[in-house]
Design a binder for this molecule. Structure first.
Ligand SMILES: NC(=O)C1=CN([C@@H]2O[C@H](COP(=O)(O)OP(=O)(O)OC[C@H]3O[C@@H](n4cnc5c(N)ncnc54)[C@H](O)[C@@H]3O)[C@@H](O)[C@H]2O)C=CC1
Ligand SMILES: O=P(O)(O)OC[C@H]1O[C@](O)(CO)[C@@H](O)[C@@H]1O
Length: 378
Protein backbone atom coordinates (compact mmCIF):
# COMPACT_ATOMS: atom_id res chain seq x y z
CA UNK A 1 0.00 0.00 0.00
CA UNK A 2 1.39 3.35 -1.01
CA UNK A 3 0.47 6.70 0.53
CA UNK A 4 1.40 9.91 -1.24
CA UNK A 5 1.68 12.79 1.24
CA UNK A 6 1.92 16.40 0.03
CA UNK A 7 4.05 18.54 2.37
CA UNK A 8 7.05 16.96 4.13
CA UNK A 9 7.06 19.70 6.77
CA UNK A 10 6.49 19.52 10.52
CA UNK A 11 3.09 17.86 10.58
CA UNK A 12 3.86 15.87 7.42
CA UNK A 13 6.90 14.14 8.91
CA UNK A 14 6.04 14.42 12.61
CA UNK A 15 2.47 13.18 12.46
CA UNK A 16 0.89 11.99 9.22
CA UNK A 17 4.02 10.42 7.68
CA UNK A 18 4.81 8.69 10.98
CA UNK A 19 1.28 7.40 11.51
CA UNK A 20 0.89 6.15 7.93
CA UNK A 21 4.27 4.45 8.02
CA UNK A 22 3.36 2.69 11.31
CA UNK A 23 0.00 1.74 9.77
CA UNK A 24 1.85 -0.18 7.06
CA UNK A 25 1.96 2.32 4.22
CA UNK A 26 4.99 2.94 2.07
CA UNK A 27 5.11 6.74 2.35
CA UNK A 28 6.09 8.97 -0.57
CA UNK A 29 6.39 12.67 0.22
CA UNK A 30 5.88 15.38 -2.38
CA UNK A 31 7.41 18.73 -1.47
CA UNK A 32 8.68 21.83 -3.25
CA UNK A 33 11.58 22.34 -0.85
CA UNK A 34 14.51 20.97 -2.83
CA UNK A 35 16.81 20.42 0.15
CA UNK A 36 14.12 18.53 2.05
CA UNK A 37 13.32 16.34 -0.94
CA UNK A 38 16.98 15.56 -1.54
CA UNK A 39 17.55 14.70 2.13
CA UNK A 40 14.55 12.37 2.16
CA UNK A 41 15.70 10.72 -1.07
CA UNK A 42 19.15 10.23 0.39
CA UNK A 43 18.27 9.07 3.93
CA UNK A 44 14.92 7.36 3.19
CA UNK A 45 13.93 7.91 6.81
CA UNK A 46 14.09 10.12 9.88
CA UNK A 47 13.46 10.06 13.62
CA UNK A 48 10.51 11.40 15.56
CA UNK A 49 11.32 12.42 19.14
CA UNK A 50 8.46 12.43 21.64
CA UNK A 51 8.56 15.46 23.94
CA UNK A 52 7.79 13.82 27.28
CA UNK A 53 9.69 12.09 30.05
CA UNK A 54 10.00 8.92 27.92
CA UNK A 55 12.16 10.81 25.41
CA UNK A 56 11.20 8.04 23.00
CA UNK A 57 12.74 8.15 19.53
CA UNK A 58 10.74 6.52 16.78
CA UNK A 59 12.41 5.60 13.51
CA UNK A 60 10.44 6.14 10.32
CA UNK A 61 12.01 4.08 7.57
CA UNK A 62 11.53 3.25 3.93
CA UNK A 63 10.11 6.62 2.89
CA UNK A 64 10.84 8.36 -0.40
CA UNK A 65 10.21 11.77 -1.88
CA UNK A 66 9.46 13.46 -5.17
CA UNK A 67 9.91 17.04 -6.26
CA UNK A 68 6.46 18.63 -6.11
CA UNK A 69 7.50 21.01 -8.90
CA UNK A 70 7.77 18.09 -11.34
CA UNK A 71 4.24 17.71 -12.76
CA UNK A 72 4.93 14.38 -14.45
CA UNK A 73 6.26 12.77 -11.28
CA UNK A 74 3.37 14.15 -9.22
CA UNK A 75 0.71 12.90 -11.68
CA UNK A 76 2.36 9.49 -11.83
CA UNK A 77 2.35 9.14 -8.03
CA UNK A 78 -1.26 10.33 -7.79
CA UNK A 79 -2.25 7.76 -10.41
CA UNK A 80 -0.65 4.89 -8.53
CA UNK A 81 -1.18 5.79 -4.83
CA UNK A 82 -3.58 3.90 -2.55
CA UNK A 83 -4.12 6.96 -0.36
CA UNK A 84 -3.32 10.67 -0.64
CA UNK A 85 -2.94 13.06 2.29
CA UNK A 86 -1.85 16.70 2.50
CA UNK A 87 -0.35 19.08 5.07
CA UNK A 88 0.79 22.05 3.00
CA UNK A 89 -1.34 24.84 4.49
CA UNK A 90 -4.94 25.45 3.50
CA UNK A 91 -4.06 28.38 1.25
CA UNK A 92 -1.54 26.21 -0.63
CA UNK A 93 -4.09 23.55 -1.61
CA UNK A 94 -4.81 25.42 -4.83
CA UNK A 95 -1.18 24.90 -5.87
CA UNK A 96 -1.32 21.11 -5.51
CA UNK A 97 -4.77 20.80 -7.16
CA UNK A 98 -3.40 20.79 -10.78
CA UNK A 99 -1.02 17.87 -10.08
CA UNK A 100 -3.80 15.93 -8.36
CA UNK A 101 -6.20 16.61 -11.24
CA UNK A 102 -3.61 15.45 -13.80
CA UNK A 103 -2.98 12.29 -11.75
CA UNK A 104 -6.70 11.55 -11.48
CA UNK A 105 -6.99 11.81 -15.28
CA UNK A 106 -4.15 9.29 -15.65
CA UNK A 107 -5.76 7.03 -13.06
CA UNK A 108 -9.07 7.11 -14.93
CA UNK A 109 -7.37 6.29 -18.25
CA UNK A 110 -5.68 3.31 -16.60
CA UNK A 111 -8.82 2.08 -14.86
CA UNK A 112 -7.29 2.58 -11.40
CA UNK A 113 -8.84 1.65 -8.06
CA UNK A 114 -10.88 4.00 -5.81
CA UNK A 115 -8.84 6.59 -3.96
CA UNK A 116 -9.29 8.71 -0.84
CA UNK A 117 -7.69 12.14 -0.66
CA UNK A 118 -7.57 13.58 2.87
CA UNK A 119 -6.40 17.13 3.56
CA UNK A 120 -4.91 17.49 7.06
CA UNK A 121 -4.98 21.27 7.31
CA UNK A 122 -6.16 23.43 10.21
CA UNK A 123 -9.45 24.46 8.64
CA UNK A 124 -13.05 23.40 8.40
CA UNK A 125 -13.70 21.28 5.30
CA UNK A 126 -10.17 21.42 3.85
CA UNK A 127 -10.63 18.16 1.87
CA UNK A 128 -13.88 19.58 0.50
CA UNK A 129 -12.04 22.76 -0.53
CA UNK A 130 -9.38 20.67 -2.27
CA UNK A 131 -12.08 18.62 -4.00
CA UNK A 132 -13.68 21.78 -5.41
CA UNK A 133 -10.29 23.00 -6.66
CA UNK A 134 -9.48 19.65 -8.27
CA UNK A 135 -12.92 19.11 -9.83
CA UNK A 136 -12.82 22.58 -11.36
CA UNK A 137 -9.85 21.38 -13.43
CA UNK A 138 -11.75 18.40 -14.90
CA UNK A 139 -14.29 18.38 -17.74
CA UNK A 140 -17.93 17.62 -16.92
CA UNK A 141 -17.50 14.05 -18.18
CA UNK A 142 -14.28 13.56 -16.23
CA UNK A 143 -15.96 14.91 -13.11
CA UNK A 144 -18.65 12.26 -13.40
CA UNK A 145 -16.13 9.42 -13.60
CA UNK A 146 -13.93 10.98 -10.91
CA UNK A 147 -16.85 11.23 -8.48
CA UNK A 148 -17.13 7.44 -8.50
CA UNK A 149 -13.36 6.92 -8.26
CA UNK A 150 -12.08 9.59 -5.85
CA UNK A 151 -13.46 10.65 -2.46
CA UNK A 152 -12.30 13.55 -0.29
CA UNK A 153 -13.16 12.83 3.38
CA UNK A 154 -12.73 15.86 5.64
CA UNK A 155 -10.57 15.43 8.72
CA UNK A 156 -9.30 17.11 11.88
CA UNK A 157 -5.66 16.77 12.92
CA UNK A 158 -4.33 17.57 16.35
CA UNK A 159 -0.68 17.41 17.35
CA UNK A 160 1.61 20.32 18.16
CA UNK A 161 4.74 20.15 16.02
CA UNK A 162 6.84 23.32 16.33
CA UNK A 163 9.64 24.52 14.07
CA UNK A 164 12.59 22.16 14.28
CA UNK A 165 16.22 22.88 15.07
CA UNK A 166 17.99 19.51 14.81
CA UNK A 167 21.37 18.70 13.32
CA UNK A 168 19.58 16.36 10.95
CA UNK A 169 16.97 18.57 9.25
CA UNK A 170 14.62 15.60 8.80
CA UNK A 171 14.31 14.74 12.49
CA UNK A 172 11.33 16.15 14.27
CA UNK A 173 10.25 16.63 17.89
CA UNK A 174 6.53 16.36 18.57
CA UNK A 175 4.25 16.49 21.59
CA UNK A 176 3.04 13.07 22.79
CA UNK A 177 -0.64 13.78 22.14
CA UNK A 178 -2.14 13.14 18.72
CA UNK A 179 -5.58 12.77 17.20
CA UNK A 180 -6.62 12.33 13.59
CA UNK A 181 -10.38 12.25 13.11
CA UNK A 182 -11.77 11.37 9.67
CA UNK A 183 -15.31 11.74 8.34
CA UNK A 184 -16.44 8.20 7.59
CA UNK A 185 -19.47 9.31 5.58
CA UNK A 186 -17.26 10.54 2.77
CA UNK A 187 -15.46 7.22 2.37
CA UNK A 188 -16.16 4.46 -0.11
CA UNK A 189 -18.04 1.65 1.66
CA UNK A 190 -15.90 -1.27 2.76
CA UNK A 191 -12.63 0.70 2.80
CA UNK A 192 -10.04 -0.52 5.28
CA UNK A 193 -9.59 2.10 8.01
CA UNK A 194 -6.16 3.60 8.73
CA UNK A 195 -4.72 2.21 11.96
CA UNK A 196 -4.32 5.01 14.47
CA UNK A 197 -6.95 7.30 12.92
CA UNK A 198 -10.37 7.75 14.48
CA UNK A 199 -13.50 7.68 12.29
CA UNK A 200 -16.74 9.53 12.98
CA UNK A 201 -20.06 9.97 11.19
CA UNK A 202 -20.26 13.72 11.69
CA UNK A 203 -16.96 15.59 11.74
CA UNK A 204 -18.30 19.09 12.36
CA UNK A 205 -18.54 18.86 16.18
CA UNK A 206 -15.02 17.38 16.31
CA UNK A 207 -13.35 19.86 13.99
CA UNK A 208 -15.09 22.80 15.67
CA UNK A 209 -14.19 21.55 19.16
CA UNK A 210 -10.56 21.09 18.09
CA UNK A 211 -10.19 24.27 16.03
CA UNK A 212 -12.07 26.49 18.49
CA UNK A 213 -10.20 25.16 21.54
CA UNK A 214 -6.69 24.04 20.57
CA UNK A 215 -6.20 26.55 17.79
CA UNK A 216 -8.22 29.42 19.27
CA UNK A 217 -6.34 28.93 22.54
CA UNK A 218 -2.98 28.63 20.85
CA UNK A 219 -3.32 31.75 18.72
CA UNK A 220 -4.74 33.66 21.72
CA UNK A 221 -1.59 32.71 23.64
CA UNK A 222 0.53 33.78 20.69
CA UNK A 223 -1.12 37.16 20.08
CA UNK A 224 -1.22 38.05 23.79
CA UNK A 225 2.37 36.82 24.25
CA UNK A 226 3.60 38.76 21.23
CA UNK A 227 2.09 41.95 22.62
CA UNK A 228 3.92 41.36 25.92
CA UNK A 229 7.24 40.84 24.15
CA UNK A 230 7.64 37.11 24.69
CA UNK A 231 9.17 34.91 22.03
CA UNK A 232 7.97 31.42 23.00
CA UNK A 233 4.57 29.95 23.71
CA UNK A 234 5.89 28.49 26.95
CA UNK A 235 6.82 31.95 28.28
CA UNK A 236 3.42 33.35 27.33
CA UNK A 237 1.49 30.34 28.63
CA UNK A 238 3.00 30.84 32.10
CA UNK A 239 2.02 34.53 32.35
CA UNK A 240 -1.05 35.01 34.57
CA UNK A 241 -2.51 37.81 32.43
CA UNK A 242 -2.15 35.71 29.30
CA UNK A 243 -3.63 32.68 31.07
CA UNK A 244 -6.68 34.73 32.11
CA UNK A 245 -7.24 35.98 28.59
CA UNK A 246 -6.80 32.57 26.97
CA UNK A 247 -8.95 30.85 29.57
CA UNK A 248 -11.62 33.53 29.10
CA UNK A 249 -11.61 33.08 25.32
CA UNK A 250 -11.86 29.30 25.69
CA UNK A 251 -14.73 29.56 28.17
CA UNK A 252 -16.53 31.64 25.52
CA UNK A 253 -15.91 29.17 22.67
CA UNK A 254 -16.63 26.37 25.17
CA UNK A 255 -20.07 27.68 26.10
CA UNK A 256 -20.84 28.01 22.42
CA UNK A 257 -19.68 24.43 21.68
CA UNK A 258 -21.55 22.95 24.64
CA UNK A 259 -24.69 24.80 23.52
CA UNK A 260 -24.34 23.85 19.89
CA UNK A 261 -23.28 20.21 20.16
CA UNK A 262 -24.28 19.03 23.61
CA UNK A 263 -20.76 18.30 24.88
CA UNK A 264 -20.88 17.73 28.64
CA UNK A 265 -19.90 20.97 30.36
CA UNK A 266 -17.55 19.42 32.94
CA UNK A 267 -15.87 17.25 30.30
CA UNK A 268 -15.37 20.26 28.08
CA UNK A 269 -13.85 22.26 30.92
CA UNK A 270 -11.41 19.39 31.51
CA UNK A 271 -10.65 19.37 27.76
CA UNK A 272 -9.79 23.09 27.99
CA UNK A 273 -7.54 22.56 31.02
CA UNK A 274 -5.76 19.72 29.28
CA UNK A 275 -5.12 21.81 26.18
CA UNK A 276 -3.80 24.76 28.16
CA UNK A 277 -1.45 22.30 29.86
CA UNK A 278 -0.24 21.10 26.43
CA UNK A 279 0.81 24.69 25.66
CA UNK A 280 3.05 24.53 28.75
CA UNK A 281 5.06 21.49 27.67
CA UNK A 282 8.59 22.42 28.87
CA UNK A 283 10.17 20.01 26.37
CA UNK A 284 8.65 21.78 23.39
CA UNK A 285 10.06 25.07 22.22
CA UNK A 286 7.43 26.72 20.05
CA UNK A 287 7.86 30.21 18.60
CA UNK A 288 5.07 32.71 19.15
CA UNK A 289 5.48 33.93 15.59
CA UNK A 290 4.90 30.42 14.21
CA UNK A 291 1.68 29.97 16.14
CA UNK A 292 0.49 33.49 15.29
CA UNK A 293 1.47 33.16 11.62
CA UNK A 294 -0.92 34.30 8.88
CA UNK A 295 -3.22 36.60 10.93
CA UNK A 296 -5.40 37.40 7.90
CA UNK A 297 -6.23 33.70 7.52
CA UNK A 298 -6.77 33.40 11.26
CA UNK A 299 -9.17 36.40 11.24
CA UNK A 300 -11.10 35.13 8.20
CA UNK A 301 -14.83 34.34 8.52
CA UNK A 302 -14.58 30.55 8.85
CA UNK A 303 -11.44 30.35 10.98
CA UNK A 304 -10.70 29.99 14.72
CA UNK A 305 -11.66 33.48 15.94
CA UNK A 306 -14.48 35.04 13.93
CA UNK A 307 -16.54 31.88 13.41
CA UNK A 308 -16.77 30.86 17.08
CA UNK A 309 -17.25 34.47 18.19
CA UNK A 310 -20.11 34.97 15.76
CA UNK A 311 -21.73 31.70 16.77
CA UNK A 312 -21.35 32.58 20.46
CA UNK A 313 -22.79 36.05 19.83
CA UNK A 314 -25.76 34.54 17.99
CA UNK A 315 -26.39 32.31 21.02
CA UNK A 316 -26.35 35.41 23.22
CA UNK A 317 -23.03 34.38 24.78
CA UNK A 318 -20.17 36.48 26.07
CA UNK A 319 -17.47 37.35 23.50
CA UNK A 320 -15.40 39.96 25.34
CA UNK A 321 -12.25 37.86 25.58
CA UNK A 322 -12.48 36.73 21.96
CA UNK A 323 -12.88 40.37 20.93
CA UNK A 324 -9.68 41.21 22.81
CA UNK A 325 -7.84 38.37 21.10
CA UNK A 326 -9.00 39.63 17.70
CA UNK A 327 -7.80 43.12 18.60
CA UNK A 328 -4.42 41.64 19.54
CA UNK A 329 -4.34 39.73 16.25
CA UNK A 330 -4.82 43.07 14.47
CA UNK A 331 -1.70 44.29 16.32
CA UNK A 332 0.43 41.31 15.29
CA UNK A 333 2.99 43.19 13.20
CA UNK A 334 5.82 40.65 12.94
CA UNK A 335 7.95 41.74 9.97
CA UNK A 336 8.85 38.15 9.05
CA UNK A 337 5.24 37.24 8.32
CA UNK A 338 3.93 38.31 4.91
CA UNK A 339 0.29 38.33 6.04
CA UNK A 340 1.09 40.34 9.16
CA UNK A 341 2.72 42.96 6.96
CA UNK A 342 -0.21 42.95 4.52
CA UNK A 343 -2.58 43.38 7.45
CA UNK A 344 -0.63 46.38 8.78
CA UNK A 345 -0.60 47.93 5.28
CA UNK A 346 -4.35 47.45 5.02
CA UNK A 347 -4.90 49.05 8.43
CA UNK A 348 -2.67 51.98 7.46
CA UNK A 349 -4.50 52.41 4.16
CA UNK A 350 -8.13 51.89 5.21
CA UNK A 351 -8.22 52.28 8.95
CA UNK A 352 -8.57 49.42 11.41
CA UNK A 353 -12.38 49.16 11.34
CA UNK A 354 -12.59 48.84 7.56
CA UNK A 355 -9.61 46.49 7.46
CA UNK A 356 -11.16 44.21 10.09
CA UNK A 357 -14.52 44.25 8.29
CA UNK A 358 -12.92 43.25 4.98
CA UNK A 359 -10.94 40.40 6.54
CA UNK A 360 -13.61 39.06 8.87
CA UNK A 361 -16.55 39.42 6.48
CA UNK A 362 -18.49 41.32 9.17
CA UNK A 363 -19.98 44.76 8.57
CA UNK A 364 -18.23 47.81 10.01
CA UNK A 365 -21.31 48.35 12.21
CA UNK A 366 -21.64 44.80 13.48
CA UNK A 367 -21.74 44.49 17.27
CA UNK A 368 -18.76 42.13 17.13
CA UNK A 369 -16.76 44.61 15.05
CA UNK A 370 -17.68 47.26 17.59
CA UNK A 371 -16.36 45.09 20.47
CA UNK A 372 -13.12 44.39 18.60
CA UNK A 373 -12.64 48.11 17.92
CA UNK A 374 -13.20 49.02 21.56
CA UNK A 375 -10.63 46.41 22.62
CA UNK A 376 -8.23 47.65 19.92
CA UNK A 377 -8.43 51.22 21.18
CA UNK A 378 -7.71 50.08 24.75
N1 LIG B 1 2.58 22.03 12.85
C1 LIG B 1 1.51 21.62 13.50
O1 LIG B 1 1.59 21.37 14.70
C2 LIG B 1 0.21 21.39 12.81
C3 LIG B 1 -0.03 21.85 11.55
N2 LIG B 1 -1.25 21.61 10.98
C4 LIG B 1 -1.52 22.05 9.64
O2 LIG B 1 -0.67 21.32 8.74
C5 LIG B 1 -0.34 22.15 7.65
C6 LIG B 1 1.18 22.23 7.51
O3 LIG B 1 1.70 22.82 8.68
P1 LIG B 1 3.20 22.61 9.10
O4 LIG B 1 3.61 21.22 8.88
O5 LIG B 1 3.34 23.19 10.44
O6 LIG B 1 3.92 23.55 8.04
P2 LIG B 1 5.36 23.39 7.36
O7 LIG B 1 5.67 24.68 6.76
O8 LIG B 1 6.31 22.78 8.34
O9 LIG B 1 5.12 22.31 6.21
C7 LIG B 1 4.47 22.58 5.00
C8 LIG B 1 5.25 21.90 3.91
O10 LIG B 1 4.52 22.02 2.69
C9 LIG B 1 5.47 22.21 1.65
N3 LIG B 1 4.80 22.75 0.47
C10 LIG B 1 4.50 24.04 0.18
N4 LIG B 1 3.95 24.12 -1.05
C11 LIG B 1 3.90 22.85 -1.55
C12 LIG B 1 3.46 22.29 -2.76
N5 LIG B 1 2.94 23.05 -3.74
N6 LIG B 1 3.59 20.95 -2.95
C13 LIG B 1 4.13 20.17 -1.97
N7 LIG B 1 4.57 20.66 -0.79
C14 LIG B 1 4.46 21.98 -0.57
C15 LIG B 1 6.51 23.15 2.27
O11 LIG B 1 7.71 23.14 1.55
C16 LIG B 1 6.63 22.54 3.66
O12 LIG B 1 7.64 21.56 3.72
C17 LIG B 1 -1.01 23.50 7.90
O13 LIG B 1 -2.26 23.53 7.27
C18 LIG B 1 -1.20 23.51 9.40
O14 LIG B 1 -2.26 24.33 9.79
C19 LIG B 1 -2.22 20.92 11.61
C20 LIG B 1 -2.05 20.46 12.86
C21 LIG B 1 -0.80 20.63 13.53
O1 LIG C 1 -0.96 25.90 11.47
P1 LIG C 1 -1.75 27.18 11.68
O2 LIG C 1 -3.17 27.08 11.27
O3 LIG C 1 -1.07 28.41 11.20
O4 LIG C 1 -1.83 27.39 13.23
C1 LIG C 1 -0.83 27.04 14.06
C2 LIG C 1 -1.55 26.02 14.84
O5 LIG C 1 -1.41 24.71 14.34
C3 LIG C 1 -0.81 23.91 15.24
O6 LIG C 1 0.46 23.85 14.75
C4 LIG C 1 -1.33 22.57 15.50
O7 LIG C 1 -2.67 22.46 15.67
C5 LIG C 1 -0.92 24.61 16.52
O8 LIG C 1 0.33 24.54 17.07
C6 LIG C 1 -1.33 26.00 16.22
O9 LIG C 1 -2.50 26.25 16.91
Amino acid sequence: MKALHFGAGNIGRGFIGLLLSKAGYEVVFSDVNEALVQALQEHKGYEVMIADESEQRIKVEGVSAIDGRNPVAVAEEVASADLITTAVGVTTLKHIAPGIAAGIKLRMERGGSPLHIIACENAIGSSTQLKEQVMALLSAKEQETAAALVAFPDSAVDRIVPLQHHGNPLDVTVEPFYEWVIDRREMFPGTKEINGAHYVDDLIPYIERKLFTVNTGHCSTAYAGYRKGYSTILEAAEDEEVIDLVNGALQETGSMLVGAYGFKEEEHKAYIRNIMERFRNPRLSDDIVRVGRSPIRKLSPEDRLVRPALKAWKQGGDIRHLARVMALALKFDYAGDAEAMKLQDLIAEKGVRQAFAEISGLSTEHELTQSVMEAYEK
